[in-house]
Design a protein around this ligand. Structure first.
Ligand code: G3I
Length: 362
């Protein structure tokens, strides 16, 4: 069933038709292509429902600029992560000053289309506002600032954000433990538990995650599950572990399965929070197939793991990916190419959530 009428209802079907009519064939084709795709393709989220998994993508305000993107988002996904719009530099631009205009806009879009929302992220060492960089703080001042930020941000969105990446990337890449940051350096290791306590107090209904990427050898995911489980055991309101899963041309799926199962045994929910893949350019059919194999393996792992409830790809399409800016010379792997056509990875994810043999769920 096409979602186009529901989407253009916002601008009025007649108006949209008039606009479409006024556009030349090239500009109309992408919309027609997106609509044709949605009319003949089962929504990914509907396939994943059988495994109790929500399927989503990270979105920014640019993701909903074009109607064909909105068509694809509304059709396939039932959860979205705000890619940048809830980070300190956006929502807390000056001391004591908060701006939720961009997050509200994206959450309005999500709610209009029945999507759940992942909030990203309350505590991180990156994308902090410059006023924080130049601000020496005592432990007490930093603790008070952290509490104020989390209380304001979570409180403003209470009831509208289902999951929060409360603390993002807390571990050092060298495996030495917690990453040095303004939070660790001023407050100490207890900043992690404090953040979860403040988030839970501000919205007791939200599920709270500790989120990190792999150190490419699995060590960080071991630390991630260990810390989340230890906090949970200490009575800290931690609900899950977020495995980012930004792949770089390889995947040790057995390691991922082992860590997911360990999290499950320790009473944690698991979210695959930032799935994508990057490989050295140029893009080739061989790379597309390899990316599909890896991303499909992650989808099968999530589908087969009762603890894994969310499978989120980091960017609607290759054209929305962070990778080209941050890794020049590498090509991204997401579910739609730059022309918003489904990639082999899209079909691999659909197959993973369709195949009953991969469910493993009771
Ligand atoms: O907002 C400014 C804008 O005012 C300016 O004109 C523009 C030009 O440089 O830059 C804009 O800021 C950019 C920001 O995204 C918002 O678009 C930054 O340059 C850019 O570096 C930043 O990149 C983001 C990156 O995190 C920063 O570390 C990516 O979009 C985002 O996808 C990426 O996401 C992270 C997750 O939050 C955590 N896990 C890793 C993941 C990938 O790095």
């Amino acid at each position: 069933m096409s979602v186009l009428p529901a989407l253009v209802a916002g601008v009025g079907l007649a108006a949209a038709s008039a606009v479409a009519g006024a556009l030349d064939a090239i500009e109309v084709e992408p919309l027609a292509g997106a609509v044709r795709h949605t009319e003949r393709t089962e929504p990914l989220h509907a396939l994943a429902d059988a495994h109790d998994v929500s399927v989503g993508v990270a979105i920014g305000t640019s993701s909903i600029d074009e109607i064909e993107e909105r068509v694809l988002l509304a059709h396939h996904f039932d959860i979205v992560t705000l890619e940048n719009e809830l980070k300190w530099e956006v929502v807390h631009p000056a001391p004591g000053e908060f701006d939720f205009s961009r997050s509200d806009e994206l959450i309005d879009f999500a709610e209009t289309h029945g999507m759940a929302v992942r909030g990203h992220t309350l505590v991180w060492h990156r994308q902090l506002p410059t006023w924080l960089d130049d601000r020496p703080m005592t432990a007490q001042q930093a603790s008070a600032l952290l509490e104020r930020h989390i209380t304001e941000v979570v409180g403003h969105h209470a009831g509208r954000i289902d999951q929060w990446d409360v603390v993002n990337e807390p571990f050092a890449d060298d495996g030495s433990g917690l990453r040095p940051s303004v939070w660790l350096d001023t407050i100490g290791p207890e900043y992690v538990a404090m953040a979860f306590e403040h988030a839970h107090a501000a919205d007791p209904g939200a599920r709270l995650f500790l989120n990190d990427y792999d150190g490419w050898n699995g060590a960080k995911y071991v630390q991630l599950v260990d810390l989340a489980a230890d906090l949970l055991a200490d009575g800290v309101p931690v609900h899950g572990a977020g495995f980012q899963l930004h792949l770089a041309g390889s995947l040790d799926v057995e390691m991922i399965v082992e860590q997911v199962r360990r999290a499950e045994r320790l009473g944690l929910e698991v979210a695959f929070t930032e799935v994508d893949d990057r490989s050295p350019a140029p893009m080739t059919d061989t790379i597309r197939r390899a990316q599909a194999d890896r991303i499909g393996a992650l989808a099968r792992t999530c589908a087969a793991s009762p603890a894994c409830r969310s499978f989120v790809v980091w960017g609607l399409s290759d054209g929305h990916s962070w990778i080209p800016e941050h890794f020049p010379g590498e090509v991204p792997g997401t579910l739609f190419d730059a022309e918003l056509a489904p990639t082999p990875a899209f079909h691999a994810v659909a197959a993973a959530f369709t195949s009953p043999s991969h469910t493993g769920r009771s």
